[in-house]
Design a protein around this ligand. Structure first.
Ligand SMILES: Nc1ncnc2c1ncn2[C@@H]1O[C@H](COP(=O)(O)OP(=O)(O)OP(=O)(O)O)[C@@H](O)[C@H]1O
Ligand SMILES: [Mg+2]
Length: 373
């Protein structure tokens, strides 16, 4: 449990944080969100004592952190900053093993854990001996996340860790973070500007403005009952939330999903994915009927010359164009899938629904409704 108790922060005469109190339960993913300069980073850095409050106290499991050894404290709290903070002159392996070594864990255990962590963030062992500059921005971010988890700490602080990434990579990392957090049951405090990101990953959202806490609640409650006009504007007037069933699959799908025909090979599929920045392709026949699906993860296991129709997943779950939003969400949840193709009565591919297509459709629908009403 992390408890902020009457925290005030002043820089000279300027008050940055007025009187901030908050309890964060163990195992929760809490998102701090608010406009630039509202004090998110300041509050985050207080937890590992990179910043001191002017007054007020922070307790970790009941212990006042100002009484703890700051170096010890920092080694026990994972911290990810925006530009990853990887040490450029160390390999990925050395970066990941630094803190566990400092803590004197056994080498066997450390090496085993390093590989596991890398796998968890979707990277293979081949990256271990590389230097950060030999990785793409997204891969470096993944290593940054893995390093935060390497500390074995129960608490991880993440300050806009994904903000420099393209939407596809960002979405993938949000997904992985969410999974890792649920599996490992860490307490994570995650700072972002992006409400969509917050809604996707948060157990609770802490909405800040000018150093004041405006609302601390589940994403659902914040959407349903924004505490004031500022919060309402900040989340976008998502009144659609009250009657989501009016939206149908065809309203929320991406209209031209990237697809591939059966006779192509694995290498070509990978190229098409790269070019379009996607990690899966719908497989269609000459009549545009949906007959399969390939994912980047899946096809990488195959020979580059293998033909798509021989290796594609054939049992693809799809939904019809007039399925309502609630049923779409239910289908995705029940089958634990992040996307679902949309087809017409003749099984022809019309589009693809993904978590982000749902979010972007919701926000644009809302703007239209505002105008219409
Ligand atoms: N060392 C400092 N000296 C003076 N003022 C500071 C210092 N650090 C931060 N501030 C001020 O404190 C306020 C809060 O800063 P903070 O970095 O916490 O904001 P933030 O919410 O993280 O913003 P952003 O979303 O832009 O990262 C800002 O007005 C900033 O200018
Ligand atoms: Mg900040």
């Amino acid at each position: 449990m992390i408890q902020f108790q009457n925290i005030v922060k002043k820089y000279r005469t300027k008050t940055i944080i007025r009187n901030f109190s908050l309890d964060i339960e163990d195992g929760q993913l809490v998102v701090f969100i608010g406009p630039s300069g509202c004090g998110k980073t300041t509050l985050l850095k207080m937890i590992n004592r990179l910043t001191q409050p002017t007054s007020g106290k922070i307790f970790l499991n009941g212990t006042d952190i100002s009484k703890m050894n700051p170096i010890e404290l920092r080694r026990n709290i994972g911290y990810v900053i925006q530009n990853t903070g990887l040490f450029p002159h160390m390999t990925i392996k050395e970066n990941l093993e630094l803190i566990p070594k400092l803590k004197g864990e056994s080498m066997d255990l450390i090496e085993k854990k390093t590989v596991e962590l890398l796998k968890m963030v979707g990277l293979t062992e081949e990256y271990l001996q590389r230097y950060p500059k030999e990785l793409s921005g997204g891969q470096q971010q993944r290593v940054g996340v893995a390093r935060a988890f390497s500390t074995n700490s129960d608490i991880i602080l993440m300050d806009e860790p994904f903000s420099a990434l393209d939407p596809v990579t960002r979405s993938a990392l949000q997904e992985e973070l969410y999974q890792m957090q649920k599996e490992l049951n860490k307490t994570i405090i995650f700072v972002t500007h992006d409400m969509d990101e917050a809604i996707k990953i948060a157990d609770k959202i802490c909405l800040l403005k000018d150093g004041d806490l405006l609302q601390y609640d589940t994403p659902e409650n914040i959407l349903k009952n924004p505490t004031n006009d500022f919060v309402e504007n900040f989340i976008g007037k998502r009144r659609i939330w009250n009657n989501p069933e009016i939206l149908k699959a065809e309203d929320i799908m991406i209209q031209n999903p990237v697809k591939i025909t059966t006779k192509r090979n694995v290498l070509q599929a990978i190229e098409i994915m790269k070019e379009n920045k996607v990690d899966s392709l719908m497989v269609t026949d000459k009549q545009n009927a949906l007959i399969g699906l390939v994912t980047l993860k899946g096809i990488q296991l195959h020979n580059r010359n293998a033909i798509i129709e021989d290796i594609m997943e054939q049992e693809v779950l799809s939904i019809s164009q007039d399925t309502d939003l609630i049923s779409v969400l239910k289908t995705m949840n029940d089958h634990k899938i992040g996307y679902v193709p949309v087809v017409n009565n003749s099984n022809q591919l019309l589009g693809l629904i993904t978590r982000s297509s749902i979010l972007s459709a919701l926000s644009s629908q809302l703007i239209e409704m505002e105008v219409a009403f």
